[in-house]
Design a protein around this ligand. Structure first.
Ligand code: MSP
Length: 529
């Protein structure tokens, strides 16, 4: 597969997570998806930068730290470390971890603020309205439930505010934003979310306040230290800070030099407006190109309600990883929930899916085929001519175009579709063994036919493992190693070598004569709970 030069670089971001609490499974969800996408891009030979990190300023964090009796920075350091640790446990290969309390970020915010100020896009005015602290956002009266509760944070009432704030002239950018949405129809995805944003913008954009008073936890407004920069204005800019290489001086010029503009912001649907509207207007105001795409995924729910730190109905991702391992969690979320839609987390379903797909279908296919190769051929991949695997061979038929189909699904963030395509080959592999009964071919002495059957099945396992590696890197590595390759999908320099020296996306890559290791189960069947 050859790529156009401009396609060879890809910058993507996860949201920068609030540190009001340790990460929950909802925060892990976006990051898992971003990592799978980044890995699938790297398999295509694209250079990727994946920026993740934490959003540490603002009222919510200040109050949380105070409630714990800690200085805000001490609190933030502790919680940010737990995100780093979870990403490690989930095998997230991020390139930058951008923290809004990093002093280098202060320099970027200051410089950016200055640009927007010079445009005449910041002015002092009066703000009155209902503020939801967990959302860190002013809400319209009509958006709130009875007693002024926000619909996402039903346990916390919004607070009335009446104060002087600095405002950003969002209204000035109405036409330019509408032009962006019209000229780039894929800019906001999925389509349903795009419509929500277009409707919101069509109602007319109002300027929004970008400073707070009576709050010290944040950066002061450069011209007026009585005001603190609004946490969202600061946080969105930490994406840009994240583009700095560790050795770079923290200037906008350096941050924007290599990876800018962003190809993709991967976020949850609740923060779409900030990314697709406010952030893009801020970029235009600063004279910068807008982002290429914003994808707003759905919520993980528990009993139908959004899981969240503020509601306290979360699933502990650390407990889940230590019980089931990273691959299981990654696979369940990406295969079971259509990316973009909401999905309920249910542990029984989780166990059923993993047992069916990974233990039974994939694990057994490897075990059966490798077991027979050991029994009949001392573990050596049979000698065949690829041309002898005829077009009628059902595995060849699926295998030949599978990489293109799976990669197209990855590129459009249709992780579940990618899994289904690959599972079709795995299931066909098991059926092919049943239909062809290699043990009978062996007894009959039909060695040539036996070679072709076993080769096709092993090759199907290999190709499936390769294409699933963005989602289940550890299982894919185990399969590859059992097939006799010295490859670890968590080692990105090895991935570069694979791409340089061979074409693992192609059906027929498994070398005849390669020695297989003794088969070991790659996924232990889980007990029902
Ligand atoms: N700090 C802001 C983002 C700033 S980006 C410059 C923020 N943080 S958050 O921690 O509250 O949420 C981060 C992301 O996690 C959001 O995209 C949100 O949609 C996502 N999720 C939070 N709970 C979730 C679920 N229950 N399910 C799926 N995603 C969830 O917003």
């Amino acid at each position: 597969m050859t790529l156009e030069p401009e396609l060879q670089k890809f910058s993507l971001t996860t949201p920068l997570y609030y540190v009001n609490d340790v990460p929950h499974i909802g925060s892990a969800y976006t990051t898992i998806a971003a990592d799978a996408l980044a890995r699938s891009k790297r398999l295509q030979g694209v250079s990727v930068i994946l920026v993740t990190g934490t959003d540490e300023h603002g009222q919510k964090i200040q109050r949380t730290a105070a409630a714990r009796g800690l200085a805000p920075q001490v609190h933030c350091d502790e919680i940010a470390a737990s995100f780093v640790q979870l990403w490690r446990e989930l095998d997230i290969q991020y390139d930058r971890f951008s923290r809004t309390t990093n002093p280098r970020h202060a320099a970027i915010v200051k410089e950016f603020f200055q640009r927007v100020w010079e445009q005449g896009d910041i002015y002092l005015s009066h703000q009155q309205g209902w503020y939801c602290v967990p959302c860190e956002e002013f809400k319209e009266e009509r958006e709130l439930l009875a007693d002024h509760h926000c619909p996402i944070h039903t346990n916390k009432a919004a607070e009335w505010r009446d104060e002087e704030n600095y405002f950003f002239r969002l209204s000035k950018y109405q036409a330019q934003l509408e032009e962006l949405y019209a000229s780039e129809p894929d800019f906001i995805q999925p389509e349903s979310r795009r419509k929500e944003v277009l409707n919101f913008v069509a109602q007319g954009l109002s300027d929004f306040s970008i400073s707070r008073i009576n709050l010290d936890w944040g950066f002061p407004i450069p011209k007026d230290s009585n005001h603190t920069i609004y946490v969202w204005f600061d946080a969105l800019l930490a994406y840009v800070t994240g583009l700095l290489a560790p050795e770079d001086e923290p200037t906008l010029e350096n941050a924007l030099a290599k990876w800018y503009p962003f190809d993709l912001h991967l976020i949850g649907k609740d923060i779409l407006r900030f990314h697709a509207v406010y952030w893009q207007a801020m970029l235009i105001s600063a004279g910068l190109p807008t982002s290429k795409k914003v994808f707003g995924h759905g919520f993980l729910t528990k009993n139908g309600q959004k899981m969240g730190k503020s509601l306290g109905n979360t699933v502990d991702p650390f407990a889940l990883v230590s019980k089931y391992g990273a691959d299981a969690i990654r696979y369940y979320f990406l295969k079971e929930i259509e990316f973009g839609k909401d999905g309920d987390f249910n542990e029984n379903r989780f166990i059923d899916i993993l047992n069916a797909d990974l233990a039974n279908d994939l694990g057994n296919l490897l075990n059966r085929s490798s077991g027979m190769v050991h029994k009949y051929f001392q573990g050596i991949v049979p000698e065949i001519n690829l041309t002898d695997i005829t077009p009628e061979n059902p595995l060849r038929e699926i295998g030949i175009g599978l990489s293109d189909r799976a990669i197209a699904h990855y590129n459009s963030l249709a992780f579940s579709h990618a899994c289904h395509e690959i599972l079709a080959l795995i299931r066909a592999g098991n059926k092919y063994i049943d239909d062809q009964a290699p043990w009978k071919l062996y007894k009959q002495g039909s060695t040539e036919a036996l070679n072709l059957v076993l080769y096709s099945v092993l090759e199907s396992v290999r190709l499936s493992a390769y294409l699933l590696s963005p989602i289940i890197p550890n299982i894919s590595s185990q399969i590859y190693q059992q097939l006799g390759f010295n490859i670890d999908f968590n080692n990105s320099s090895q991935i570069e070598d694979i791409l340089k020296f061979s074409v693992h996306t192609t059906w027929g890559t498994l070398p005849s004569g390669q020695t297989l290791l003794t088969p070991q189960p790659v996924f232990q069947k889980l007990e029902s709970i």
